[in-house]
Design a protein around this ligand. Structure first.
Ligand code: WQD
Length: 339
């Protein structure tokens, strides 16, 4: 099966391309390289030994997308391509709504026109906002997202649901990610944040590598065991494998108006300080950090109840947070020595 991976040169996209190949799928990558570079394609080639077709295309460019669909006959689409910086989305909401939602609709129209039967959407746990109960299940009510970025994921899910139910002939699954961390064990691909990382783990690895002076832990007065926020940190390779399972589930569906949503998390929550301590232990490094004020918009605690993805897709998180933090550190060491 030939699968279009939009944003396939990105963090989760690149790891998913590797897992698709391992599972016998034929990935085709499109990416506008706004938040990535061609070196990632080299890393994928070193891991898989293959040169997958790559097109430098912006998913908002209807003409280019249609030309691609005329050229390549796809059996499925995994749509990662989107802007994803929470803070930036608060400053530039229209850029986020325009880029993330127009690109989604361009792809959905193309899928319908060119009869691509399967569509997997990259959604996020941000659709839950601060849940009243944890762990969250797929039936936990969605809340107004804390940011325009999170809102594009919630609206994106609604667009896809309505589109599938309008007999588009396209089956779809939305995967709600929790906190993807880590890198491929080869250290040939990993997270490449542009500029100052907003996410926790790349900031930690850059601090430990001496590229940042110190990490600020945003708040230690939350209602948790050590006062810092709780998250569900999932290894990016485990997350990538969930996309393969989602495609397999879609391909097995006979109902052409099939749509479903899955939480993809480990089912375990750890605090920021527990993650920091684990990072220091597994890597034998001391991290420079201070406790600072809370970050606006942060959710206090959230982690997944992952029964549905376990039972329906037979997907289970196989790697631990410790595995992810070791892989993240090995990756940081690799890119730091290359600079
Ligand atoms: C995690 C925890 C911070 C940086 C975001 C997106 C979400 C998803 C994952 C895409 C929080 C704390 C962080 C730092 C810190 N992305 N932190 N110091 O905000 O949980 O979720 O990324 O799907 O959609 O919203 O991730 O890594 O920014 O923060 O103390 O320098 O680490 O306060 O508690 P977040 P994060």
């Amino acid at each position: 099966m030939k699968i279009l991976v939009t944003g396939g040169a990105g963090f989760i996209g690149s790891h998913t391309v590797v897992e698709l190949d391992k599972a016998g799928f034929e990935p085709v990558i499109i990416d506008n390289l706004y938040n990535s570079n061609r070196g990632v394609l080299e890393g994928i080639k070193k891991i898989t030994g293959k040169d997958f077709p790559f097109y430098e295309i912006d998913c908002n460019d209807t003409q280019k997308v249609r030309e691609l669909f005329e050229k390549e006959k796809f059996d499925g689409i995994i749509h990662f391509a989107a802007y994803k910086a929470v803070g930036e989305s608060v400053e530039k909401p229209l850029n986020y709504y325009e880029n993330n939602l127009i690109s989604l609709m361009v792809l959905l129209r193309a899928a319908q026109e060119f009869k691509v039967p399967n569509f997997v959407f990259s959604s996020s746990c941000t659709v839950y906002g601060q849940p009243d109960e944890i762990p969250v299940t797929e039936n936990t009510p969605r809340k107004p997202a804390n940011s325009p970025y999170g809102n594009t994921k919630a609206i994106g899910e609604d667009i896809i649901r309505d589109y599938v139910h309008a007999k588009s002939g396209v089956k779809a699954i939305s995967l709600r990610y929790f906190n993807p961390i880590g890198a491929h064990e080869s250290a040939l691909i990993g997270e490449l944040p542009n500029g100052v990382p907003s996410n926790l783990v790349p900031f930690i690895t850059q601090t430990a590598a001496g590229l940042r002076k110190s990490l600020t832990v945003f708040g230690s007065d939350y209602d948790t065991s050590d006062g810092t926020c709780i998250r569900d940190f999932i290894h990016v390779v485990d997350l990538a494998k969930a996309h393969v399972k989602a495609l397999e589930l879609l391909d097995a569906q006979t109902e052409t108006d099939f749509y479903d949503v899955f939480n993809v998390g480990t089912g375990e929550g750890y605090t920021v300080l527990e993650l920091i301590n684990t990072f220091e232990e597994v890597n034998g490094v001391k991290l420079n950090y201070t406790i600072g004020p809370r970050r606006e918009g942060d959710v206090e605690k959230i982690y997944a109840q992952s029964d549905k993805v376990n039972n329906v897709m037979k997907w289970y998180a196989e790697k631990t947070m410790a595995n992810a933090l070791r892989d993240a550190w090995n990756w940081q060491l690799k890119i730091t020595t290359q600079q």
